[in-house]
Write a protein that binds this ligand. Structure first.
Ligand SMILES: Cc1cc2nc3c(=O)[nH]c(=O)nc-3n(C[C@H](O)[C@H](O)[C@H](O)COP(=O)(O)O)c2cc1C
Length: 190
């Protein structure tokens, strides 16, 4: 699979069948983060790979309502970081950018390996901290639900989620977010 194909194939699916999680898979994904660029090569990313069934079950209590589908996954990748671990240039903090890039590389690699890697913001950082022993000074930036896509739609999905399972949610047109040579304010009616 080339990069463009992985970008096209990646989807935030919500229906899963169980898949075996191996240490080789974890190392493979971790290597993609390891090789990612970061400001001053600071490598601010930290990840907890949760795949032990009993810990996964505890993590279900951290999921927000609407994300019940994530209970069927075989692994949750917990994305962590601290702003102090990366460049801070005046008001610019780079940790979330760098951690996003590293996580993006892992998501594309998971796609290439035939897996779904679905990032979510709908979870409780407080419960995640309690369950996994993450200290207060470490941000819980996102969870990535990693699993094997099922072509049978999970009955817990809402109507909108079922639609998204069948067809990729609509995207902005390229000229709505791309500027050539100079920035021109768009989308503001005068
Ligand atoms: C930061 C972030 C947070 C998200 N949070 C959730 C979430 O809590 N629940 C959910 O079902 N999907 C969540 N998504 C998935 C998006 O809804 C999905 O990526 C978007 O609808 C586009 O669909 P596609 O990824 O299949 O192209 C999140 C995605 C991102 C990047």
């Amino acid at each position: 699979m080339d990069v463009k194909e992985a970008v096209r194939m990646r989807r935030a699916y919500r229906s899963f069948v169980p898949v075996e999680i191996t240490v080789d898979l974890i190392n493979d994904l971790a290597e993609c983060a390891q090789l990612t660029a970061s400001c001053f090569n600071n490598q601010p990313w930290r990840y907890v790979f949760v795949y032990d069934p009993s810990v996964l079950k505890e993590m279900h209590t951290a999921l927000s309502s609407g994300n019940e589908w994530a209970q069927k996954t075989s692994m949750i990748l917990v994305v962590l970081g601290r702003k102090e671990d990366d460049c801070i240039i005046r008001d610019r903090m780079y940790y979330q950018f760098d951690i996003g890039m590293a996580t993006g590389a892992m998501i594309l690699r998971a796609t290439e390996l035939g897996l779904v890697a679905h990032p979510i913001a709908g979870y409780s950082p407080k419960k995640t901290r309690e369950i996994l022993g993450i200290p207060e000074n470490v941000d819980v930036i996102a969870l990535v639900i990693v699993g094997k896509h099922s072509d049978k739609i999970d009955p817990v999905l809402s109507e909108t989620q079922v639609e998204a399972e069948k067809e990729r949610p609509a995207r902005k047109k390229i000229d709505e977010f791309v500027y050539l040579n100079r920035y021109i304010e768009k989308g503001i009616k005068k």
